[in-house]
Design a protein around this ligand. Structure first.
Ligand SMILES: Nc1ncnc2c1ncn2[C@@H]1O[C@H](COP(=O)(O)OP(=O)(O)OP(=O)(O)O)[C@@H](O)[C@H]1O
Ligand SMILES: [Mg+2]
Length: 396
């Protein structure tokens, strides 16, 4: 079990705009009929991070979420929002600090989109002008043109548009914390993926402390800075960044839940470590072919990377073509297979497949760092099991 995280791994998370940490300290919930909702949760959701609760139906995800904004009171334990014990905060004040996107959206059906989004600002007494401005700003932020969608009613929106309106409503009073309970589950996979991408971009801007519930491990891996896997009976099996969860599942339940293809999933959340790069012979466009051929022979290589005079990637040259007189310039081939050094191993691998290349160059800006081959990719993936390779937060 690994329920207490070290410092957050998405480095940009610190200094987020008023985001607050949420700490659950020995929290249990037993419902009046004796059903155990959750059991002894010790979890810290770091400020400005997106934490995901994932697990099968009935494992206590919604219960956990509703205790944070006091829709449900815990039976034992404490919940802290920043420095404050939530049971001691006035509920109206509390909900101003916490945005909530409930399971199945939950827009008010008889209110326009504008009025839905204005709910919390009105509740906490913002004046009309400030509320109006905020509603326009948020609808635009979530990609709903206010002129087109502002006056519609929820039933006049597509599923994806309703989800966006739900997110806008939750963000309206600029809460420090956002609770999202399966916000994208009601839409088809294509729309869901688009909403996820937009949502990651939005989080890059707003940097809220987000607790996000899903039962979809793919969604959890894609979005989460950190993922809590819960099991029946309301316990946390593991709380870890996606790459750790996939690389070293803490329990058989987690291993089973993340799936037999966890190695493949891990590609998407494992970064390139410059130490894993291979360094084939390097030729410059002005080098003579005979010299290049000699250096390939010395290195026992069948090809060399070709750089221009500014050390930028130009292409590659095979040993066969490094023959005769003249320079590399005309004999080399252009090379499209490259990725930036902050790409994921999955991006490197799919570039390789897409371009039918035997290797990809890795660039830092324009600077050539080295290459990844299938062998070095495999080595990098193996090493990520030890947790020594940098991770890419939520990236795919
Ligand atoms: N008011 C209640 N009274 C009794 N038991 C309840 C109540 N609300 C929830 N439960 C039970 O508590 C457990 C956890 O429920 P919860 O809604 O938190 O699950 P969940 O993980 O959100 O599931 P789902 O993925 O289906 O939404 C379940 O066994 C559920 O039946
Ligand atoms: Mg639920």
């Amino acid at each position: 079990m690994d329920a207490n995280p070290p410092a957050g791994h998405r480095t940009t998370a610190s200094g987020s705009s008023g985001a607050e940490e949420i700490r659950l300290d020995g929290v249990s919930k037993t419902y009046p009929d004796g059903t155990i909702g959750v059991r002894e949760l010790d979890l810290t959701f770091a400020a400005g991070e997106l934490s995901v609760l994932v697990g099968p139906s009935g494992c206590g995800k919604t219960t956990t979420m509703k205790m944070i904004n006091r829709i449900i009171e815990p039976t034992t334990g404490r919940i802290l929002l920043g420095e404050d014990d939530v049971t001691r905060v006035d509920p109206v004040q509390l909900r101003r600090r916490i945005g909530y996107v409930i399971q199945n959206v939950g827009l008010f059906p008889h209110q326009s989109v504008r009025r839905n989004v204005a709910t919390v600002p009105r509740l906490v007494g913002w004046d009309k002008k400030r509320t109006q401005d905020r509603v326009e700003e948020l609808l635009t932020l979530v990609g709903l043109d206010p002129a087109t969608f502002g006056d519609r009613y929820p039933h006049q929106l597509s599923g994806g548009q309703r989800q966006r309106a739900g997110v806008a409503r939750a963000l309206a009073a600029d809460p420090a914390v956002l609770l999202m309970d399966e916000p994208f589950s009601a839409v088809d996979p294509v729309v869901r993926e688009r909403l996820q991408t937009e949502f990651l971009r939005l989080q890059d801007t707003v940097r809220k402390t987000i607790v996000f519930v899903t039962h979809d491990i793919e969604e959890a891996v894609r979005l989460g800075d950190r993922i809590a896997v819960m099991s029946e009976g309301g316990t946390v099996e593991q709380f870890a960044p996606p790459a750790d969860l996939l690389g070293t599942p803490a329990t058989p339940f987690v291993a089973d839940f993340v799936g037999a293809d966890r190695g493949l999933k891990r590609l998407a959340v494992t970064g390139i470590d410059p130490d894993d790069l291979e360094h084939p012979p390097v030729a410059h466009v002005d080098d003579g072919l005979a010299d290049v051929r000699a250096s390939m022979e010395r290195a026992g290589a069948r090809w060399a990377v070709v750089l221009d005079d500014q050390q930028h990637l130009h292409g590659w040259i095979s040993a066969d073509r490094a023959a005769g007189a003249g320079t590399v310039y005309g004999a080399g081939k252009r090379m499209e297979a490259w990725v930036p050094v902050d790409a994921s191993l999955k991006a490197a691998f799919s570039t390789m497949l897409q371009l039918e290349a035997g290797w990809v160059a890795v660039l830092d800006g324009d600077r050539f760092l080295g290459v990844l081959t299938p062998a070095s990719l495999h080595a990098a993936l193996r090493r990520s099991v030890d947790g020594t390779v940098p991770e890419i937060a939520g990236a795919v």
